[in-house]
Design a binder for this molecule. Structure first.
Ligand code: ISJ
Length: 258
């Protein structure tokens, strides 16, 4: 790597350790999450896609194979990315990406935190039934799986940003976090890292975004119809996305002094 790449890497690492940049990334990720939910709502539940009675489900196959392609093309060299099936992923296989280094941004014992199995479970059991209509179209399983993966990857990215947020918060005030980490005081850590006003603003904003992104566009006024219920997105954030991001933060902090 030449100087130029090192400089670029430096800028990238600096961004990942800047709370303002991270909060902007969380805001941008809202767009991806909402758009992907809107896309998923095009298809009915298609529950046979998730049927695990014959070994692994079709969704499982779809995600595993997709992640293998994405690993070969370098997706998981980024510290912002976490695979759903990380065991035995192939290495990058193209010269454009095979020299990508790994970035030492996070504390090593927290860097590998991966709660994607939790995310996948919540997604399958809670989210799909709320977003998709009942029924099965007997056809669009691969397209449905592709939109599931888009939702899952956006949610996973968003939630695992918690690791970087936690690192920045720790570096900003180690004197506040250290005693709670040493005492393994989850509740205390949760209090320290929580900013209620930031969370309230997020819930309001995602509801508004869902209204704007998901409205039916007609030439004539036809009242308000939204492809995904705006209050559902706000609820999803309040009950699930924000709590899981905070869970990641607490897990990370608990390992921060290992
Ligand atoms: C991510 C942060 O930490 C906490 C979690 C938040 C979230 O998941 O959106 C928002 C505010 C904080 O309570 C943050 O401070 O930005």
């Amino acid at each position: 790597m030449g100087d130029c790449c090192e400089t670029e890497q430096g800028v990238y690492v600096d961004s990942l350790l800047n709370l303002e940049w991270l909060r902007k990334s969380l805001v941008r990720e809202e767009d991806s999450i909402i758009f992907s939910l809107i896309e998923r709502s095009k298809y009915p539940i298609n529950s046979r896609l998730y049927d695990e009675s014959a070994a692994a489900s079709l969704l499982h196959l779809f995600i595993k194979e997709s992640e293998a392609v994405q690993a070969k093309t370098g997706r998981y060299t980024s510290p912002e990315e976490n695979a759903f099936f990380p065991a035995s992923l192939p290495p990058p296989q193209h010269k454009l990406v095979e020299t990508f280094g790994t970035y030492q941004v996070l504390h090593p014992s927290g860097a590998c935190i991966n709660i994607n199995s939790k995310i996948l479970n919540h997604y399958l059991n809670t989210l799909i039934p709320l977003v998709a209509a009942k029924g099965d179209d007997d056809r669009n399983y691969a397209a449905t799986a592709a939109s599931d993966l888009a939702c899952l990857q956006a949610l996973s990215r968003r939630i695992h940003y918690g690791k970087f947020v936690a690192e920045v918060k720790f570096r900003d005030s180690p004197q506040d976090y250290t005693p709670a980490i040493l005492a393994k005081d989850r509740e205390g850590l949760m209090k320290l890292l929580t900013f209620e006003s930031v969370e309230e603003a997020i819930k309001k904003r995602v509801e508004k975004k869902a209204m704007v992104f998901g409205q039916e566009v007609e030439l004539q006024e036809n009242g308000n119809y939204y492809k995904v219920k705006p209050e559902l997105v706000s609820q999803l954030y309040g009950e699930w996305v924000i709590p899981l991001t905070k869970f990641v933060q607490v897990e990370y902090l608990l390992r921060r002094l290992d």
